[in-house]
Design a protein around this ligand. Structure first.
Ligand code: TXA
Ligand code: MG
Length: 327
């Protein structure tokens, strides 16, 4: 029998208490963060973590981020050297994920880390997320709450559309303010590498670490196991650096001067503001992903600051679909 569709509920105190109880019982709860909505489960329970992979259709070789409420919880899961401490002090709570060596007695499920000897940790900037983790009393493994390979959810209704049949509860706290996933930095032996550009621009991290090694925007090789080519992909074909849209296409514009187009047009930021563009990116890709368009033409977006992460996600949205599609 197909299970009932789960609808979003407001993130009230009462619903947070229910959500925490569900999580402690091994259930799946989607919750807001400042980046995108996460699909959460108790990171210390194999069976609960397995449900995440199953719900998303995510390959098990792709590890999950464990979300923590405070530094005490973080230190039980991973080892922090001086550089990791400095990064946590500078950016937590906030949209930075640190990949660190597993702590000796780390309770994180080996399924969540895909058997690696590192663990990805993040202390979310969203108060609802931290309140939920505190109340559950356990770290929450949480990928973006979308079917594997598809566009990440920045509103609770997006979660319901993609995973409403799989998730036990969806906490709604409105649209995500950053709208693009966390920046992922691996810290190993006092050196930092950028694994995924994200909501904290590279320059802000380099102010703490010095020049980051690792993947640059031009480098195609996946550094995080989940960084394979096709990802964040709408159904419609995505065409980048478009100066104008073709007949039949939808246009995703950026900035004040938009070419005339006889079809659907949305503007990521009429003012040309990258922060606004990041916040709008996934919701606008979804809105333009209509059955009556032949594709989505995307105007050029500058590459500096948050533009690195925006262009990274757009490149994956435009990548050939036969590539493996992790979450
Ligand atoms: O903003 C975010 O990071 C959101 C919210 C929900 O926190 N989460 C998110 O999770 O984007 P997900 O699963 O969609 O992406 C996590 C990425 C994947 O590319 C995965 O391969 C990588 O983190 N990752 C996780 N653990 C890792 C590890 N130990 N080493 C290297 N990469 C890791
Ligand atoms: Mg994802």
């Amino acid at each position: 029998m197909p299970r009932a569709m789960t609808e979003p509920v407001p993130a009230t105190d009462e619903n947070l208490a229910r959500a925490a109880a569900l999580l402690r019982a091994g259930a799946l709860v989607a919750f807001p963060t400042e980046t995108v909505y996460g699909l959460g489960a108790d990171a210390t329970r194999d069976a609960a973590v397995a449900r995440i992979f199953e719900a998303k259709g995510r390959p098990a070789f792709n590890p999950l981020i464990s979300h923590v409420a405070d530094m005490a919880m973080a230190r039980r899961l991973a080892r922090f050297d001086a550089l990791a401490e400095a990064l946590a002090a500078a950016f937590w709570p906030g949209p930075l994920t640190l990949v660190l060596p597993r702590a000796e007695a780390s309770p994180v499920s080996l399924l969540a880390t895909a058997g690696l000897d590192t663990v990805a940790l993040r202390m979310p900037g969203h108060e609802v997320a931290r309140a939920l983790i505190s109340r559950a009393g356990v770290p929450l493994a949480a990928p973006s709450a979308n079917p594997s390979g598809q566009v990440s959810p920045t509103q609770a209704v997006h979660v319901a559309e993609g995973l409403g049949g799989q998730v036990d509860m969806i906490l709604d706290a409105g649209p995500c303010r950053a709208g693009i996933e966390s920046t992922i930095v691996a810290v190993d032996d006092g050196t930092a590498r950028l694994l995924r550009p994200g909501a904290v621009p590279r320059g802000e991290i380099e102010a703490v670490t010095g020049p980051l090694g690792g993947r640059g925007p031009e480098e195609a090789r996946p550094a995080a196991p989940g960084m394979l080519a096709s990802h964040y992909a709408p159904r419609a074909r995505v065409r980048l650096d478009a100066r104008a849209a073709q007949p039949g296409e939808a246009l995703l514009a950026f900035g004040p001067s938009v070419p005339a187009h006889d079809g659907p047009v949305l503007n990521l930021s009429p003012a040309g503001d990258l922060r606004e563009a990041a916040a709008n990116l996934f919701a606008m890709l979804r809105a333009l992903d209509r059955a009556d368009v032949t594709g989505i033409a995307v105007m050029p977006i500058p590459r500096e600051g948050l533009g690195e992460a925006i262009n990274d996600r757009l490149a994956r949205a435009a990548a050939p679909r036969d590539a493996a599609r992790p979450a």
